[in-house]
Design a protein around this ligand. Structure first.
Ligand code: GDP
Ligand code: MG
Length: 162
């Protein structure tokens, strides 16, 4: 069985962009507005010496409406299926209360989590990382899905952990 990795995080942090970059596809729709991905989308990632299944999810919010409930349900299913969670946060927006809630939920689930800070182009990694240590998830991966920053390092981390 191939390892399964799930992309989890608030809407609009760049999960689908990361999915497309890692799977080298355009299967996941990327949107400038939150909440386009509702279901789980599966892709294959093939790298030299390892491969895995990647799941994109709609994202987790603190809102309570039908759409958020649906996305939450899909994210939960993805988390249950996954061997490793890539928890994506937005380096430009900074640490948001929902990020802390999701981090708490992931710690409760007890699954291995890799914290990934996206949208970090043009900023120093120490400065971006600082506030996210408060999530208690250890050393973050600092990436830009659109520019490709940190993707090799992220893949190396994934390889070590699956
Ligand atoms: P999702 O809701 O988490 O799946 O987020 P999307 O992948 O749909 O991306 C939301 C928006 O963020 C889109 O406008 C993307 O182009 C943009 N985005 C994604 N990754 C990056 C990044 O690394 N840097 C910047 N500046 N924007 C990004
Ligand atoms: Mg999406």
């Amino acid at each position: 069985m191939k390892p399964v990795i799930a992309l989890v995080g608030r809407p609009n942090v760049g999960k689908s962009t990361i999915f497309n970059r890692l799977t080298r596809s355009r299967d996941a729709l990327v949107a400038d507005y939150a909440g386009l991905t509702r279901d789980r989308i599966y892709g294959k990632v093939k790298e030299p010496g390892f491969d895995f299944i990647l799941i994109d999810t709609g994202g987790l919010t603190d809102q309570t409406d039908n759409m958020s409930d649906l996305m939450r349900k899909q994210a939960k299913l993805a988390i249950d299926e996954a061997d490793l969670i890539l928890f994506i946060v937005d380096g430009r927006a900074g640490l948001m209360p929902t990020d802390s809630d999701v981090a708490q939920q992931l710690r409760n689930d007890g699954k291995p989590v890799c914290l990934v800070i996206n949208k970090t182009e043009g900023e120093r990694r120490e400065i971006i990382s600082a506030e996210f240590y408060a999530l208690g998830l250890g050393e973050p991966q600092v990436i830009s899905a659109t520019q490709g920053r940190g993707i090799d390092s992220l893949l190396a981390e994934i390889k070590q952990r699956i």
